[in-house]
Ligand binder design. Structure first.
Ligand code: AMP
Length: 199
C-alpha cells in the first residue's frame, strides 16, 4: 500500500470553480472552510478565488485557518488567485495535482464540474492501484454525487472494477458530518491520532 496517513493535519478540498454555483453550495463551502479552521486543519486547494473553491478558502482564512493554494501560472487571472493566502504558482495542471496530492493527508470532494470530476477520478484510480490509502469523503448534498456512484457501480457490475473499489470513499450528507467521516476513514490506529481540536 502507498501513502497511508495515521493522522490528519492537512486536507485537500476539490470543488467547483464556477461563479454561478447556487448560494447554498457556496454557503456550504464556506462553512466547511470555517470547520477546517476550527479543527486546526490546513486547507490545501486549487488557489483560486472563485466559486466554491474561493468561498471555502476565504472562509477558512478569515476564521484564522491555515490555507495553501496551488495554482498554475496560466489560471492565475481566470480563477482569480486569492492574494491573501499562501499560494504556490506552478507550471502545469499535472504539477498542481501532484502537489495537491503530496501535501494532503485526506481529501474532501464538494460539488463541482468537469475539473472536479477529473481530479477525483484520478485520486480514486490511484487508490484502486494501491498508490495511497488517504481518506476521501464526498459531500453528497442532496444526492449530488449519486450519478457518479451509479456509474462506478455500473463498472463493478460489468466486472471491470473490483467490488471493493466501492469502499474507497465515504460520504457525508451535511457539512457537519464531513470531518467525522474523514476521521472514521483513517486506518485503524495503534494509538489515538487524529484531528487536533483547538482549545
Ligand atoms: P470545475 O469543477 O470544472 O469547476 O473545476 C474545479 C477546479 O478543477 C478548477 O480549479 C480547475 O482549474 C480544476 N481543473 C480543471 N481541469 C483540471 C485538470 N485536468 N486537472 C486538474 N485540475 C483541473
Amino acid at each position: 500500500m502507498g501513502q497511508s496517513p495515521r493522522s490528519i493535519s492537512s486536507v485537500c478540498v476539490f470543488c467547483g470553480a464556477s461563479g454561478e454555483a447556487a448560494p447554498d453550495l457556496l454557503d456550504a463551502a464556506a462553512r466547511l472552510g470555517q470547520a477546517l479552521a476550527a479543527a486546526d486543519l490546513k486547507l490545501i486547494y486549487g488557489g483560486g478565488g472563485v466559486g466554491l473553491m474561493g468561498a471555502c478558502a476565504l472562509a477558512a482564512h478569515e476564521a484564522g485557518g491555515k490555507v495553501l493554494g496551488i495554482i498554475p501560472h496560466f489560471l492565475k487571472v481566470r480563477e482569480q488567485r486569492l492574494d491573501v493566502v499562501e499560494t504556490i504558482v506552478v507550471e502545469s495542471m499535472h504539477e498542481r495535482k501532484m502537489q495537491l496530492f503530496d501535501r494532503s493527508d485526506a481529501f474532501i470532494v464538494l460539488p463541482g464540474g468537469i475539473g472536479t470530476l477529473e481530479e477525483i477520478v484520478e485520486l480514486l484510480s490511484w487508490r484502486r492501484l494501491d498508490l495511497h490509502a488517504k481518506p476521501v469523503v464526498f459531500y453528497n448534498v442532496d444526492g449530488f454525487w449519486e450519478p457518479l456512484f451509479a456509474l462506478f457501480q455500473h463498472t463493478v457490475d460489468a466486472k471491470l472494477t473490483p467490488p471493493d473499489f466501492m469502499q474507497s470513499w465515504t460520504t457525508a450528507d451535511t457539512v457537519d458530518a464531513i470531518l467525522p467521516a474523514l476521521l472514521s476513514a483513517l486506518p485503524a490506529p495503534d494509538s489515538d491520532p487524529g484531528i487536533n481540536e483547538k482549545a
